[in-house]
Design a protein around this ligand. Structure first.
Ligand code: AMP
Length: 408
């Protein structure tokens, strides 16, 4: 089945076209600066899987115009990968928040649209943009089935003890203030790959205890037992948990009113600071990019070194916490930009954890190259496997879409 995967942000549309029979990507790309200053400086980057990529500056006043240009690029006589739009059989949308309503991917109908609207107050930057993308595709591809794949859905299996905050219960009951978790499609994808490897190694699927560590610009971890998420580090919003590129992660909540009392910040200013000026960037004062920090620390920058230490220490602390939550541990999986590419960070996150059965092989860790089926970097004699597995959220969205549309 030919499936278009769409990830629509407030001023961008990312896309990837798949043939789900072969699971091959046919083309991918992104429209950026959509609707910004009337969309006059918007750019479309289109990358056919084979052939040359091209970039074009075209006016895109809204997401509908962007969708039309993306579909035009997919059918373009030179750069295109399909001959007509009729070849697109379904569209899968990344939707950030599904609240408690959606614990799995859904065929989009009026009920699903209303549900996504209902929880928009929990993700005010993302869900409205996702809905705009859904409507733009409905307009551009009338009659083609659409599927919503939620970032939160995988974590709907976590139990009350892991999702409740210590707030008055009505805050949860009446206002949905609980932990939801994000990056669910990534955690689900890499835990599926790791689960296959563990099954081959003789660990029964329903007993597998896996900790997935997604370290990119945004960072989160998940404890996965028998294929189900039992805990995760992000909460009501993606601000909780690990230190991230520019997000603070776990924080004493008393700091938030202090930002007002001491510095006169409004709630919106405090929110912007905690999301955009903290994390690796805020601690180091150098950059939010781990590559820059590793260079700066090597050159003797103490704050860059402190940011790296804090980043890795938190991952390590959660590995300890999640092995307790799981009641055992078979595998730790590193994924996303930092997790897949940075051997010093992986090493630091699991150093001195042999007591738990985690001990990586230095050579394997330093020389690992990305393999879709995952690479084991642990010492053979250890009880816990440590895998590096490239995440592929788009492929999982395409799979879910094909499966729902074909009724499998
Ligand atoms: P993602 O959000 O998954 O695209 O990850 C983006 C982050 O991955 C960037 O901010 C970089 O800090 C990080 N990254 C990518 N390549 C490397 C690398 N070779 N070493 C360290 N960090 C990397």
């Amino acid at each position: 089945m030919i499936v278009l995967v769409v990830n629509c942000g407030s001023s961008s549309v990312k896309y990837e076209l798949f043939d789900t029979t072969t699971e091959k990507s046919l083309a991918s790309g992104a429209a950026d600066r959509v609707g910004v200053n009337g969309g006059t400086q918007a750019i479309l980057q289109h990358r056919p899987a084979s052939g040359t990529a091209f970039e074009t500056q075209r006016s895109m006043k809204d997401h509908e115009t962007a969708m039309e240009l993306i579909l035009e690029a997919l059918c373009h006589p030179e750069h295109g990968v399909i001959s007509s739009l009729n070849e697109i059989q379904a569209v899968g949308h990344r939707v950030v928040h599904g609240g408690e309503k959606f614990a799995a991917s859904m065929l989009i109908d009026e009920y699903v649209i209303a549900g996504v609207e209902e929880v928009a107050e929990l993700a005010p930057l993302h869900n409205p943009a996702n809905l705009v993308g859904i409507r733009a595709c409905m307009h551009a591809l009338p009659g083609v089935s659409q599927v919503a794949v939620f970032d939160t859905a995988f974590h709907q299996t976590i139990e009350r003890r892991a999702y409740l905050y210590g707030l008055p219960y009505e805050m949860y009951e009446k206002h949905g203030m609980r932990r939801y978790g994000f990056h669910g499609t990534s955690h689900r994808y890499v835990s599926l790959v790791a689960g296959r490897l563990l099954t081959e190694a003789g660990v029964p699927a329903d007993e597998q205890c896996i900790i997935t560590v997604h370290l990119g610009n945004g960072c989160s971890m998940s404890a996965v037992k028998g294929g189900k998420s039992v805990d995760t580090t992000m909460g009501l919003t993606p601000l909780e948990g690990l230190l991230m590129g520019t997000r603070c992660g776990d924080l004493d909540p008393a700091i938030v009113p202090m930002l007002h009392d001491k510095f006169g910040m409004t709630p919106a200013e405090a929110d912007a600071m905690l999301n955009k000026e903290c994390g690796l960037l805020g601690v180091s004062g150098v950059s939010s990019d781990m590559r820059d920090l590793l260079v700066a620390a090597e050159e003797g920058n103490e704050r860059a070194a402190a940011a790296i230490e804090l980043f890795c220490y938190r991952v390590k602390k959660y590995i300890g916490a999640y092995s307790a939550a799981l009641g055992g541990l078979h595998a730790v999986v590193f994924t996303a930009g930092i997790g897949e590419n940075s051997s010093p960070i992986r090493a630091k996150c699991v150093e001195n954890m042999a007591y738990l059965g985690i001990n990586i092989d230095e050579d394997s860790n330093n020389t690992v190259t990305s393999q879709p089926d995952g690479v084991d970097i642990s010492r053979p004699e250890t009880s816990v496997r440590v895998y590096v597995i490239p995440t592929d959220e788009e492929l999982l969205i395409a799979r879910d879409t094909a499966s729902l549309v074909s009724g499998d």
